[in-house]
Structure formats: C-alpha cells, structure tokens
Design a binder for this molecule. Structure first.
Ligand SMILES: *Cc1c(COP(=O)(O)O)cnc(C)c1O
Length: 365
C-alpha cells in the first residue's frame, strides 16, 4: 500500500541526530522556553521573513493567541473560509466572536477576495485567510481589502510553511501568520506545537505575554492569558528538521509537477492550479477534483494507493457552526464532494509516484 503520508522514512534517516538532541535537552534540564525554543524562534522568523516569532503549544493556539493579540473579542465578526480545518473557525467562537463564512475561489479553493469585500460590516474586525494545501491565497487583493477597511489580516499558514506569494513568504504578508508543527505538517515535530510570526512587535509582545498566563513579571498577571508554550523537546526536533526543509519542499514540488503533467490531459481528474504566476506552493497536500470521487477512491484503495478527503464537509454545514450560515456557499459545497488528495511526502520514490499515476490513469480511462 502506498500511504498518503509516511513519517517513518524521514525519522529513520534523522534518528541518530534526533536521539542526540533529545538527550541533550534532558541533560540540560531546561524544558520550557529554553535555548532551543529561543533559537528556533530566530530561525523560523528568518525562514518566514518576519522580524518576530513566538513559539506556542499548537497551530490552534497560534490562531487563538493571534486573534486575541489583534484585539478580536466578544461580538466582533471575523471573515473566513468554510473550506478548511475546524480550528480556523473554532478559535473565532472561542474568542466570543462570530465567524462569517464566505465562498472560495473555484480554482484554488482559497478565500475569494470579492466575497470577503462584500461581507464586511461595521462589526468586522479581522479576516483569517488559509493557504490551503500549501498554496498561497490571493494576498494582494485581500491585503487591499484589509487595509481599506482597517482590518487585521491573519494568515493561517498551518499547511503552508515556507510557501511564497509573489516573492514573499506567507506569514509575512498579513498582520500575523500562524504555523502548526503537528507531526504531518511540512515542518512537523514529534507532538503538538505551533508558532506565531509577525513583523509587528506589539503583536509579538502580546502573544508572548498571553502564552505565559498573561504575565511578564513572574506571578503578576497583566491580563488573563493562557498556558501555551512550545516545549524544548519539540523545538530541538524541529531545529534538526528545519535544516532539511528546503530540500523536502523542492521534492514535494517535483512530485506535484510529475502528477500534474500526467493528469493534465485526463478528462476525469482536474489538477490543482495556482493563481499568482510567481507564487511557490509547498504542496502540503496534492489534491485533485473528480466528479466520481467515491469510485476513484475505492478503486485506488483496491489498487494499493491510499488517498484522503480534505475536507468532507464545509464548516458552515457542520453542527458546531451551522447556526452561523448566512447563505449557501456553492463552491465550497462542490469542493467537499469532489476533492481527493493523493500520496504526497518527500520520501515517495519515483517508482511509487509512477505507480500512483498509472493507477489514476487506468481507473479514469
Ligand atoms: C493543522 C491545521 C491547524 C491546526 O493546527 P494544530 O497544530 O493541529 O492545532 C489549523 N489550520 C489548518 C488549516 C490546519 O491544517
């Protein structure tokens, strides 16, 4: 079976080095906000072309603390995409704010900026844009909308670490970027982890304060905060992996272009497309669209190819969120029924890629 993703090959390669750094952390005995977290924050800030980076406990918390740091609170509206992972929208409700779902672009499945513009009300405070599957959203028009209306623009970069939009790294374009180091993400730890990146020192400061119980001076709380820190063991592992990330991203792009080349002439699967001609996706997932998805998925499984559906139900239709449905969102609703993600990880061999391609083409012939 060719899996959708597989971390074993990567970890086998890195095992000796990982053992070393993990043992070092235990020997040093500094487990919270120690030297590895500080170093990783510097390294990730550079990789994201941001002046500041603050390590937190997860990607979800990165979003939660970013929302608090830009001042989103009770009664505010936050415009976002319905075609994303649950966390993008649950943090809005956790802040006491209201998620306003608008439809996505049919080509990229990322937020449609004209839909965003027409959903703005006097209560709108922020936009959360997701770079879905590692493909940068149309940041130019979204930044224009945000600027024009004085809104915070939060980038959910959980799937897009290192991706570039018109020569700029994602996370550095809006007010603040949120990263996840969940193990299967392009840069993943061996447990939960996340980071907030920004070029605005006041946002970085506020997130730093929030992650440590709202306190700057020990045992004195300036505000009600959270316990949300990236731990030293994760940071040590992530620093090892960060040294390899550029090669891995390049390999993902290679695999994606082999897939796209092969499927371009197929009439039954549609390949993913990017909008900005000079953007550089990082293919967290390689996702095609098929009008006969259930059958394609079943037959691929029978042939020995694992696939996944990201995501099977748009958020505005889910029990937790559907009371916030303002109108039907046909593009997202079509996407939930047609998207299918194929195996994608840097260690896929050329032979395995060929096997996936042949299997898809055989079935769709
Ligand atoms: C993974 C993911 C998150 C949440 O990250 P966690 O580290 O799992 O909390 C948020 N948004 C998107 C789009 C994601 O893919």
């Amino acid at each position: 079976m060719i899996p959708l993703f597989n971390l074993n090959a990567q970890h086998q390669q890195l095992q000796p080095r990982l053992n070393e750094v993990l043992q070092q952390v235990v020997r040093d005995g500094q487990f919270i906000l120690g030297p590895n977290v500080k170093a990783l924050e510097r390294e990730v800030a550079i990789a994201c072309e941001c002046s500041h980076a603050v390590g937190v406990a997860s990607g979800t918390d990165a979003l939660r603390l970013a929302l608090a740091a830009v001042g989103v609170g009770v009664g505010d509206e936050v415009i976002t995409t319905p075609f994303t992972f649950i966390a993008t929208a649950s943090v809005i409700l956790r802040a006491g704010a209201v998620p306003v779902f608008v439809d996505v672009d049919p080509t990229t499945l990322n937020l449609d900026s004209s839909a965003v513009a027409s959903a703005i009300t006097p209560r709108t405070k922020a936009i959360i844009v997701v770079h879905l599957y590692g493909n940068p959203a149309e940041m130019e028009s979204l930044s224009d909308v945000a600027k024009k209306h004085g809104l915070a623009l939060i980038e959910d970069c959980a799937q897009a670490f290192g991706a570039e939009y018109r020569g700029k790294r994602v996370g550095s374009i809006g007010s603040v970027g949120c990263l996840s180091f969940y193990p299967t993400k392009n840069l993943g730890g061996v447990g939960d982890g996340g980071m907030v990146v920004t070029n605005e020192p006041t946002i970085a400061d506020r997130v730093d304060q929030l992650r440590r119980q709202g306190s700057r001076v020990r045992y004195i709380a300036e505000e009600v905060g959270f316990n949300s820190r990236l731990d030293e063991l994760q940071a040590a592992v992530l620093r090892v992996k960060l040294e390899h990330i550029d090669g891995w991203q390049e390999r993902r792009r290679q695999i994606a272009s082999r897939y796209s080349e092969a499927f371009r002439s197929s009439r039954s699967v549609a390949v993913p497309l990017t909008h900005a001609p000079d953007s550089k996706p990082v293919f967290h997932l390689y996702t095609v669209k098929s009008q006969a998805r259930a059958e394609l998925q079943r037959r691929l499984r029978d042939a020995g190819v694992e696939t996944g559906v990201y995501y099977p139900q748009a958020l505005h239709l889910q029990p937790a969120f559907r009371q916030y449905l303002a109108r039907p969102l046909p593009v997202a609703e079509d996407a939930q029924d047609t998207v299918l993600s194929l195996p994608m990880f840097p260690e896929l061999t050329d032979a395995e890629i060929g096997f996936v391609i042949d299997s898809v083409l055989d079935i769709s012939r």
